[in-house]
Design a protein around this ligand. Structure first.
Ligand SMILES: [Zn+2]
Length: 313
């Protein structure tokens, strides 16, 4: 049975957690009250929303004279750690990242961090520690454990609190949709790992999932089943996954400014490696890929033309 939202609110309160639901462009931010005026935030949203993330955390901390002492990242996609630099600049807090990304951050390898690959921005931040699968991370006065979550991002972690059976899933499980499986776009494999991560979640049997995007939810088996069905379709037709990825990445790019000159948008696609890889996978030119996805997003009513501009509806 699906719990009412009020019950989810109660569960979050018992975890000493507040979820700032940020929508699709920025990941959710989960703020934990660790006691004694100290707070931790899990994931910080996109760079384009960094000022807003800072404001949200400031507003939440002000009445309690709190201080942000830690940032914990599920993974380092730009929509999950884009606010790290702004928050760290304000509070000089620690930043903990998955150990598989530790070197990438230390050397700020734009390629390994995938920002140049996807044509996304993320301001550089300094890490102070790394977590691996099995690491204990205390959040809101409870013990949470890091769990490997390969698939969407092979370096990602999730966090599980066994006492309350709550899972912070990052982008490994959403209630409605399945996140893009990035390794598949770069000619690596990712579908099997995604299936295995869904099975890991099933075995954990969480009662509550706090996803990276969308509201916290309790119908976990329903979400796993929906993700498996979506994954089965992608395995059967990998080109459908590649096109879904192209549309998602284009929308992610456009939503930051809400509109762009069509020529500039096309240039962005032609110059960004992930679109070149996707076109290669589909065995079409990058410029035909641009035509196809812009047409499809227009037909779906997500974009429209206004003179020489492409505009988000
Ligand atoms: Zn992600």
């Amino acid at each position: 049975m699906k719990l009412l939202t009020a019950d989810i609110g109660g569960l979050l309160a018992s975890l000493n957690a507040q979820v700032f639901e940020r929508g699709w462009l920025s990941s959710n931010n989960i703020l934990f009250n660790d006691g004694l005026g100290k707070f931790t935030v899990v994931d910080t949203g996109a760079a384009v929303h960094a000022a807003q993330s800072l404001k949200l955390v400031e507003l939440a901390l002000a009445p309690r004279s709190g201080e942000l002492t830690r940032i914990v990242n599920t993974h380092l996609h730009s929509d999950h750690c884009g606010g790290n630099a702004a928050l760290q600049g304000r509070w000089q807090c620690d930043v903990l990242v998955p150990i598989a990304s530790e070197q990438d951050v230390r050397s700020w390898s734009d390629d390994e961090l995938s920002y140049s690959y996807t044509g996304q921005d993320c301001e550089r931040f300094a890490l102070t520690g790394a977590m691996e699968a099995g690491s204990r991370v205390d959040l809101g006065g409870r013990a949470w454990y890091a769990i490997a979550a390969p698939g969407h991002d092979h370096k990602a972690l999730m966090f599980f609190n066994p006492e309350t059976a709550t899972l912070i899933a990052g982008d490994a499980l959403w209630e409605q949709r399945l996140a893009v499986i990035f390794p598949e776009l770069a000619m690596e494999s990712g579908f099997d790992a995604t299936a295995e991560t869904l099975s890991v979640i099933e075995r954990l049997a969480p009662k509550l999932v706090i996803p990276g995007h969308g509201s916290p939810f309790t119908d976990v088996m329903g979400a796993i089943e929906a993700s498996r069905q979506r994954l089965a379709k992608f395995i059967q037709a990998p080109e459908a996954h590649a096109k879904y990825a192209a549309r998602s990445l284009l929308m992610f790019h456009l939503l930051q400014s809400r509109q762009q000159e069509e020529s500039g948008l096309r240039q962005h696609l032609l110059n960004t490696q992930v679109f070149i890889d996707i076109a290669g996978k589909l065995q079409i030119s990058t410029s035909s890929l641009a035509d196809q996805i812009i047409d499809r997003l227009m037909a779906d009513g997500l974009l429209k033309r206004q003179g020489t501009l492409i505009v988000c509806r």
